[in-house]
Design a protein around this ligand. Sequence first.
Ligand SMILES: [Zn+2]
Ligand SMILES: [Zn+2]
Length: 278
Amino acid sequence: MKLVSRSQWGARDYRLPNGATPYSRPRRGVKLHYLGTAYTDRAHDRCDDYVRQIQAQHMDGNGWSDIGYSFVVCTHGYVYEGRGLKRRNSANGNTTLNDQDYAVLLMVGSSGLTKPTTAQLDGARDAIEYCRKSGPAGTWLGGHRDGYATSCPGDAVYAWVKAGALRPTAPQEEDPMAGFTKQDIYDAVWKTDQVAAPDTAPDRKTNTNWQPQSYLKDIGNRVRSLTVTVAAQSAAIHALAEKVGSGVDTDTVVAAVEKAIADAVVKVDIDVTQNQES
Ligand SMILES: [Zn+2]
Ligand SMILES: [Zn+2]
């Protein structure tokens, strides 16, 4: 919260004894207010001038002992300390109402700037949470017009506070995948499980932590082993057929071996499928 203390905004001292009157009980919640006059937005370095002007109007015009509000929120989201958390405000209409809820002013007008800014709503939410946490104040939320005949805090602020005084919608988050290349995604999906060599890898049926890379290594290892075995058998059959000579057709033997290889590959596919599903 961007809290501006009384000394930081140049507040006048409040008058005693009324300015020091404490709350007699915990606050039910927070009531919001608006200026109720024309207001034009201004550069932030002029906001404290305006807060001092409000205090002067309340002390010199209304004859109050201090600025009436507990806190004042400017359009830039800064929260000015008025009577603060402990001293009873004088803005809610009468002593009972002042004692019941905190009074937070949003610096928007009944004409000119009438809709609070995003930063201001954030600041108002900050002030509400501060009152609840450090006041203490309960969860009740409303406006000056609740229980008192006034248009304050204006329709825009009133609608917002009665809807729960939610923080303004945060800016749309950026695409969470922005900045990742296809290679990053491939590496993340097909990451290894640090199994160095397929020969020493634990059996996948007993190691449920295997990553895709190890399944690929395992399959590759089985196919290579099968290929070497079939090639050796094929060579042996060639040599045998040539030794036997007449009566045995070498081409027929080779064709039979090739069919056996094809069948073996089909069987490997079935084994792999079954193992992956198990
Ligand atoms: Zn008001
Ligand atoms: Zn400001």
